[in-house]
Design a protein around this ligand. Structure first.
Ligand code: AGP
Length: 617
């Protein structure tokens, strides 16, 4: 997802912009740029490639990042672009200037009617130099600005916002007002950082948390005018609106690697701590409490929908299994991008659970809106406080994973599972499906998970060793049954997205119905086998593939240690309640994916083509 940074104030503006863009690199991008007003003129420096390339270009233009050199630059905005309209190139990079150089814009999101707007502006004599929708926004704002002739930049941005169809976070500067930044927000996050004699704007709190903990999460359909002395927020009709100042709860070093080689490894090591931080505070006096949510109000629910994408979807699949098994309520788990086009069967007795780490994934946001329009109540499980999905859902349960920088989700997934277990247990107890003793026992089991995750981390050398001999594999199969199949789905995605090795997850019993034709000498198969009632069947499935030459790694609980699986390697995880094995079983799979990617020399934290949060459909 693209990243935005803006600054007005006492510091070295260039330094603030570039360090802000660096903190947003984790989101995935392919070009970067800055724009700033100096001596009454808008300057733009932008490059295809990494922020490092941009830093070199800035230095070549003679700009220092030294703080003590004062600040000759007035308003400044910066951007990291994840290409949608127009290939990655210097010309298509943001920021974008209007033709006359008076207006400059950075933009997250998509302008769906940019072709019509471009045609309209071309007829008015505007000439375009890029293929982007963002340049259309810059020209359109200038069109209204020059037509008004009253130097009211906010009014020009507001007028342009009325014409634009799509999703956007726009930051705009104008050479006539070097001490102002105007931002418009619709369906893409904008956070304002409030300081003393300085103010910040960004698409993600990570870009401002080094300087301030006081932030304003801009509401949709808002326009904010920022100066170094303060901010003013209005709606799209020009009416002033109140805003709420919130405190960032994360600390700046959380967003640093802390001595680990990759954020992904750091975040796997954080899993015990963040799982506990997500689960333990919600278990009080042998009961599960969700602040601000009374599941008792939901006993009329007769169906549950789960919608999410990617890893969050896999957490939803585990949640489906748990709720159906414990609560005996039907659950449909759908990838968000399919949901809106599946003609879903939903009414006011449906609860829709929306899972999203970032809280900004556009597919998921659209699906939640569709579910709401059909009368469903919505409950979001989100990691980023104040994000769009968190604010638009009827109720929200925050995971406490902290900032997840690595594009591949690890700790956030584990905390999403934690919340799904809490929900299933709470619901089952309310519905009378489990008695007080079972309810209490399960709570105790959940509270033991963090120490068991630590045990797995302490023996990760076994995974590292196995991966060191397998990283040249061209295709890997993950097979499992029941919960282990859903776990296999996540294991397969993790491997694919960071090692670029093709992989498939398959129900163990399904392989023989076709795909086993792909198994040959040396094919690598990884199989979590944790469910007692399915163990014998999985033993057969492992035999089926190993007799055809496959090399098999099984991931099994301690209690299965002495079973003679026909496999090359075993990784033992601590015993726990069988329903909770996916929380433990996923960690060796994450470690396996990590070491395979490291052995292949891949960019573990910033895999090719991927973004941390996908805000395009
Ligand atoms: C996770 O490893 C992937 N990066 C991706 O599948 C991600 O889970 C998906 O894009 C959903 O993101 P969200 O949880 O922020 O909505």
């Amino acid at each position: 997802m693209c990243g935005i940074v803006g600054y007005l104030g006492k510091r070295n503006t260039m330094r603030v912009l570039l360090s802000g863009l660096t903190s947003l690199e984790y989101r995935g991008y392919d070009s970067a740029g800055v724009s700033f007003i100096k001596d009454g003129k808008i300057n733009v420096i932008k490059r295809k490639g990494k922020v490092e390339e941009l830093k070199k270009a800035v230095a070549e233009e003679g700009y220092t990042l030294e703080e003590d050199k004062g600040n000759s630059i007035k308003a400044g905005i910066g951007h990291t672009r994840w290409a949608t309209h127009g290939a990655p190139s210097d010309e298509n990079s943001h920021p974008h200037l209007s033709m006359n150089g008076k207006i400059c814009v950075v933009h997250n999101g998509i302008i769906e009617n940019y072709v019509e707007l471009r045609r309209f502006l071309s007829k008015k004599g505007y000439v375009f130099v890029s293929e982007t929708d963002t340049e259309v926004a810059a020209q359109l704002i200038e069109y209204y600005y020059s037509r008004r002739g009253d130097n009211d930049l906010r009014a020009a941005v507001r007028a342009a916002s009325q014409d634009i169809i799509g999703s956007y976070a726009l930051c705009v500067i104008c050479d006539d007002m070097p001490d102002v930044i105007v931002c418009a927000k619709k369906d893409n996050p904008v956070v304002i950082g409030l300081g003393e004699d300085e103010n910040f704007v960004a698409s993600d709190v990570l870009a401002v948390m080094e300087y301030t903990k006081d932030v304003v999460y801009l509401e949709d359909n808002s326009i904010v005018t920022i100066t170094r002395d303060g901010i003013e927020v209005c709606d799209f009709f020009g009416e002033k609106v109140d805003y709420k100042v919130e405190k960032i709860k994360w600390d700046a070093d959380t967003a640093q690697k802390g001595g680990y080689k990759h954020f992904m490894m750091k975040e796997m090591y954080e899993e015990p701590k963040v799982f506990e931080a997500t689960v333990a505070p919600r278990i009080k006096n042998n009961d599960i409490i969700f602040d601000g949510i009374d599941l008792g109000d939901m006993t009329d629910i007769n169906k549950i929908n789960v919608i999410a994408c990617g890893t969050a979807y896999h957490a939803g699949c585990i949640g489906k299994f748990l709720i159906e098994k414990m609560c005996r309520i039907p659950v449909v788990c759908t990838v968000a991008s399919e949901f809106c086009y599946s003609d879903p069967i939903i009414d006011e007795k449906t609860l829709t659970i929306v899972i999203s780490q970032s809280g900004e994934t556009l597919d998921t946001r659209q699906a939640m809106r569709e579910a709401k329009s059909l009368g469903s109540r919505t409950l979001a499980i989100v990691n980023v406080i104040g994000s769009t999905i968190a604010r638009e859902a009827d109720s929200v349960i925050y995971t406490a994973a902290g900032p997840e920088i690595s594009v591949a989700s690890t700790k956030a997934y584990v905390t999403q599972l934690g919340v799904m277990y809490l929900l299933a247990m709470k619901f089952a107890h309310i519905l009378g499906k489990i008695d007080d003793d079972e309810y209490k026992r399960l709570q105790g089991e959940l509270l033991e998970i963090p120490s068991k995750l630590k045990t797995i981390l302490d023996k990760q050398i076994e995974i590292q060793r196995f991966a060191s001999s397998k990283f040249n594999a061209e295709s890997i199969f993950f097979i499992g049954r029941g919960l282990d199949y859903y776990l296999s789905m996540e294991a397969s995605l993790k491997l694919k997205e960071i090692s670029y090795i093709h992989s498939e997850s398959y129900p163990g019993g399904e392989l023989k119905h076709g795909t086993i034709a792909l198994i040959e000498e040396g094919t690598l198969v990884v199989s979590p086998i944790t469910q007692q009632e399915l163990c014998a069947k999985m033993e057969s499935n492992i035999k089926e593939v190993s007799t055809r030459g496959a090399s098999v790694l099984v991931i099994i609980p301690e209690k299965f240690r002495d079973i003679g699986f026909s496999c090359e390697s075993k990784f033992i995880i601590p015993d726990c309640d069988e329903l909770m094995t996916p929380i433990l079983g996923v960690l060796p799979c994450q470690l396996f994916a990590y070491y395979m990617a490291v052995n292949k020399g891949c960019d573990v934290d910033k895999p090719r083509n991927l973004a941390k949060s996908v805000t395009v459909e």
